[in-house]
Design a protein around this ligand. Structure first.
Ligand code: NDP
Ligand code: GDR
Length: 333
């Protein structure tokens, strides 16, 4: 008998890769589709799975819609990927972020407790919970110190998952995932902002701002360091957590950290350009409180899940630059 999964945030980067992965395993895949004024299904379309998943209208801030979705699809597994996930925006919209990213997770946990307690639950937790790091390498045992409204909201969701596990016996797993990227990454995140700009500069294409041909790239703190992996690898860890005999918390990371500056170097070098000639540091993109460095220890995921990052940062960034070159070529053709 095939299993059924419900994914919140199915239209996001991870939602699209997870849908494709679960479909390849024979799952019936349902997704909660938040209403927007323009279509949001381009990622599912891009991976060729839009017509293979079932979309149910609903929103994480509306518990009634979550109950309705659970009753409609009766999932074996629920993956809570929905969130206001852009850290910078969380200072501009802290309440919305708390509602969607924090309370949204509690809404879904509570809905599961009431109408589908046998479902296994995955919470998309984040290395942003480590924020101002308390240990040089972060593991499942590292104390948290979030530095943004987003990080605070995610910490609430993380502890809620553990609390529902311990209080009500729900099979709730929390995956503390470090940054993961892909050609389907939202344009506001730094890797994709860089790879899109590299493609535009290389091809002499117009900038996204509509102010003529793209000549440079304005970034904020290029000394920040992140542990970057490939989203396609990371969704496999989410699934693996729910296949274990007991629910648990896992760090998912590569174990290598790189500055934004070096990530830029890799991206520009791939098309034969020197990043120093194009990158302009612009305080407009500084954050009120920065997470300076993140570096994960994925040993537990390797030992218990048999999971390891397969894609190097160089492979990831060149994959993203190549995808953006193709996109921009089509745009200017
Ligand atoms: P995206 O920003 O690409 O996707 C977020 C998804 O959440 C979108 O489908 C969005 O819908 C949906 N969403 C937003 N608000 C609501 C709401 N109120 N109700 C229902 N759905 C909503 O994120 P990613 O795919 O990159 O990340 C997936 C999850 O993992 C997120 O929770 C993120 O915070 C977390 N995470 C991500 C990491 C990363 O590096 N990518 C690392 C660690 C954690 P719409 O398309 O309509 O906007
Ligand atoms: P992050 O990702 O905040 O780590 O959250 P992002 O790519 O936005 O920033 C990474 C680092 O790059 C620095 N930076 C810039 N960032 C952006 N977006 N734009 C810029 O111009 C720029 N210049 C420098 C940032 O200051 C930061 O230090 C992502 C999200 O996917 C979260 O949802 C997820 O939880 C975490 O990763 C793990």
């Amino acid at each position: 008998m095939s299993k059924t999964a419900l994914i919140t945030g199915i239209t996001g980067q991870d939602g699209a890769y997870l849908s494709r992965f679960l479909l390849s395993k024979g799952y019936e895949v349902y997704g909660l589709l938040a209403r927007r004024s323009t279509p949001t299904t381009w990622r599912l379309q891009h991976l060729g799975v839009l017509d293979k998943v079932h979309l149910i209208d609903g929103d994480l801030t509306d518990i009634a819609s979550i109950v309705r979705a659970l009753l409609a699809c009766k999932p074996d597994e629920v993956y809570n990927l929905g969130a206001q996930s852009f850290v910078a925006t969380s200072w501009a919209q802290p309440i919305l972020t708390a509602n969607a990213t924090g309370l949204g997770a509690l809404n879904i946990l509570e809905a599961i407790r009431q109408v589908r307690p046998e479902a296994k639950f995955y919470q998309a937790s984040t290395s942003e919970m480590f924020g101002k790091i308390q240990e040089p390498v972060q593991s499942e045992r590292t104390p948290f110190y979030p530095r943004s409204p987003y990080g605070v909201a995610k910490l609430f969701a993380h502890w809620s998952t553990i609390n529902y596990r311990e209080s009500f016996g729900l099979f709730g797993c929390s995956g503390i995932l470090f940054n993961h990227e892909s050609p389907l990454r939202g344009i506001e995140f730094v890797t994709r902002k860089v790879t899109d700009a590299v493609a535009r500069i290389k091809l002499g294409a117009p900038s996204r701002d509509g102010d003529g041909v793209q000549k440079d790239l304005h970034l904020g703190n290029i000394d920040a360091k992140r542990d970057w992996g490939f989203a396609g690898d990371y969704v496999e860890a989410m699934w693996a957590m729910l296949q274990q005999p007991e629910p648990d918390t896992y760090v998912v990371a590569t174990g290598r950290t790189t500055t934004v500056r070096d990530m830029c170097r890799i991206a520009f070098e791939h098309v034969g350009l020197d990043y120093e000639k194009y990158v302009v540091v612009d305080p407009k993109f500084y954050r009120p409180a920065e997470v300076d460095i993140l570096l994960g220890n994925p040993a537990k995921a390797k030992e218990k899940l048999g999971w390891e990052a397969k894609t190097t940062l160089e492979q990831l960034i060149t994959m993203m630059v190549d995808a953006d070159l193709e996109r921009v070529k089509r745009e200017i053709a």
